[in-house]
Write a protein that binds this ligand. Structure first.
Ligand code: DOR
Ligand code: ZN
Length: 441
């Protein structure tokens, strides 16, 4: 695995004034020189030419790590590019994102994964880590050359057929064995496809009333438990993408109690929204897995606070207007997430007292970095550590307006909602990548 750092050269110095690391204590200053935190204290002085960020007493966190982003390049550059998605990520406080493999062509070989990696480095706003496909063409029939992708320039460390489930249990077993040998992670989109044919909404009273075909919880939960058992037997690690049900939480709890090496993520939209949103039939609320019920989102919030669900991942899924502004059943599933993730975690976990800012650092940065074994992300805010940082103004709210987001698409379900906190600056290895709502390169 050769790739551990991105393209932004660690040069020069940045002084972040008046910030509270992890929201604790009085505001202090943080000096960064050549990509590394060199001093933390009050009234820190800096040499001439140092870029100064006024943190205004806000919260300083380690830069966020997103294990689940769709950047749409190659193939659908009309909806997102590595540049536009990187900009959205930097503005959202992210310093690393994992770009899913369901591009066109599919990222099932090292030519594609290395190109995504190189493009991410060229853009230089965030470390873009390509995710490799588990199976050729995401077709679920034949394992992709995971070893070649892991050995390439991108050093692919996570594999997923996301968008589709690796539903063949024997193939999944082989994938887990192969991944264990390579020291890489398999991330599963848990959806038993035979149970979700034609499904567009959570199976329940809302879908019945609205006449929408239901996506049963068992379609997710049966794969979660199957893969937990396969991972147990293979001595493998398994990561569950976008956990969405109360039952999945209970299965994760059981599997973790057994000592199975299972981790899971939850999306901001599954923490904030539920299927009552479907009343309008607006496809902006269509997503896979679907928005569930109130009890599911409450269970997911608790599970994230407790650590049963390890981390937040956006499943940032840009789609063109013509793919979203159509009949519900025909619309593509997915919603934007990178620029709204942090404030939604503030709304759903910090404000209700389920997480403090240390907890936010854990679920947005530290745990995701650990899950994919990044050594330079999700690090403590301490002298000698790499300066991958996000500055958050916890009290300044803003109103979401899709076209104003950096994404080339505008499919946000949070349109007109007030977000309670603002990311004011992002620093990638000592280089300021976003500041006051603008990217810097
Ligand atoms: O809603 C979703 N959109 N879920 C997925 O699994 C895939 C994603 C996409 O690629 O649009
Ligand atoms: Zn998925």
């Amino acid at each position: 695995m050769s790739a551990t750092t991105g393209s932004v050269p660690p040069t020069g110095s940045v002084l972040i004034r008046a910030v509270r690391p992890y929201g604790e204590g009085d505001p202090i200053d943080v000096l960064v020189v050549d990509g590394v935190i060199t001093e933390i204290g009050s009234a820190v002085t800096a040499s001439e030419g140092t870029e100064v960020i006024d943190g205004k007493g806000g919260v300083l966190l380690p830069g966020f790590v997103d294990l689940h982003t769709h950047l749409r390049e190659p193939g659908r550059e009309d909806t997102e590019t590595i540049r536009s998605g990187s900009a959205a990520a930097a503005l959202g406080g992210y310093t690393a994102v994992f770009a899913m493999a369901n591009t066109s062509p599919v990222a099932d070989n090292s030519t594609v994964t290395d190109n995504v990696w190189r493009s991410g480095r060229e853009v230089g706003l965030v470390d873009v880590y390509p995710v490799g496909a588990v199976t050729v063409g995401l077709a679920g029939k034949q394992l992709a050359e995971m070893g070649m992708m892991a050995a390439g320039a991108a050093g692919v460390r996570m594999f997923s057929d996301d968008g589709k489930c690796v539903d063949d249990p024997l193939l999944m077993r082989r994938a887990l064995e192969y991944a264990t040998g390579l020291g890489v992670l398999i991330a599963q989109h848990a959806e038993e496809p035979r149970l979700t044919i034609g499904a567009v909404a959570n199976e329940g009273p809302t879908a019945s009333r609205l006449g929408l075909a239901g996506w049963p919880r068992a379609a997710e939960e049966s794969i979660v438990i199957r893969d937990a058992l396969l991972a147990r037997d293979a001595g493998a690690r398994i990561h569950i993408c976008h956990a969405s049900t109360e039952g999945t939480v209970e299965l994760l709890r059981w599997a973790k109690d057994q000592g199975i090496a299972i981790t899971a993520e939850v999306t901001p939209h599954h923490l904030l929204l539920d299927d009552s949103r479907l009343e309008t039939y607006d496809p902006v609320n269509k997503v896979n897995p679907p928005l569930r019920e109130v009890r599911d989102k409450e269970a997911l919030r608790q599970a994230l606070a407790e650590g049963i669900v390890d981390c937040v991942a956006t499943d940032h899924a840009p789609h063109a207007a013509q793919e979203k502004c159509c009949e519900f059943a025909q619309a593509k599933p997915g919603m934007l997430g990178l620029q709204t993730a942090l404030p939604i975690i503030v709304e759903t976990l910090v404000k209700p007292g389920l997480l403090d800012w240390r907890g936010v650092a854990r679920v947005m940065s530290e745990r995701p970095a650990q899950i994919v074994e990044l050594t330079d992300q999700g690090r403590p805010i301490e002298v000698g550590e790499p300066a991958n940082l996000a500055v958050v103004d916890p009290d300044t709210s803003w109103v979401v307006h899709g076209p104003d987001l950096a994404s080339l698409s505008a499919n946000t379900p949070f349109e007109t909602m007030t977000m309670p906190a603002t990311v004011t600056a992002t620093v990638l290895r000592g280089v300021v990548t976003a500041r006051d709502g603008q990217v810097t390169r």
